[in-house]
Design a protein around this ligand. Structure first.
Ligand SMILES: C[S@@+](CC[C@H](N)C(=O)[O-])C[C@H]1O[C@@H](n2cnc3c(N)ncnc32)[C@H](O)[C@@H]1O
Length: 177
């Protein structure tokens, strides 16, 4: 009984983000270069992974772009602690604990999100409120189902990525649910 309880606690500590916006499912490593290309990062810019998990994508980008500020926000305890520890050895990475809805992202140049379609939709208000119109928003698996003209990066490997400017999302109409 104790083992079952400990196992359930462990599941919550790893997958607790399910209650807030998406469970932990990492972006496939083979796709990091595709996201890097869509991000088109330049020195001095800020990149956010909203719900960064263990930070695989963040650390890949941080190593390739040492002059870019790479930030992750994570609410599940174990992925947060693992990413935070790793960040001690990568100067340009900052990992924050908490709910992305409460986290200020107004300095972002590129925001990456791999959350549920509903969470992506719910973040529209935050994008409008906080992001500069030229900031880029990249989503994994699901785009925004608004009338936006984002770039769709699709390959044989199943996962599609969608890239928008915040301005396109700000100016789009939200369809009736
Ligand atoms: C599908 S995983 C993506 C992980 C990572 N971004 C990647 O691409 O490999 C979603 C992550 O978002 C986290 N998450 C979900 N809702 C969140 C919220 N409201 N605030 C912070 N993190 C959240 C989950 O705990 C999980 O680690």
């Amino acid at each position: 009984m104790l083992y079952i309880l400990l196992f359930v606690i462990l599941l919550i500590l790893v997958f607790g983000g399910s209650f807030f916006g998406a469970p932990w499912i990492p972006t496939p490593r083979v796709d990091y270069a595709r996201i890097e290309k869509l991000s088109n990062l330049r020195d001095g810019q800020s990149f956010y992974d909203l719900g960064c998990g263990f930070g695989g994508l963040l650390f890949f980008l941080a190593q390739n772009h040492p002059a870019v500020k790479i930030k992750g926000v994570e609410i599940a305890i174990i992925p947060y602690i693992a990413a935070k520890i790793k960040a001690f050895s990568q100067k340009n990475v900052t990992i924050c604990f908490g709910d992305i809805k409460q986290h200020d992202i107004s300095d972002a140049d590129v925001v990456f999100m791999f959350l549920t379609p509903e969470t992506h939709r719910n973040l529209k208000a935050k994008i409008i409120r906080e992001l500069k119109p030229q900031a880029k928003v990249i989503t994994a698996c699901w785009g925004f189902d608004y009338d936006t003209n984002g770039i769709v990066d699709k390959t044989e490997s199943n996962v599609s990525y969608f890239a928008y400017t915040a301005g396109e999302i700000i100016g789009s109409r939200t369809p009736k649910q």
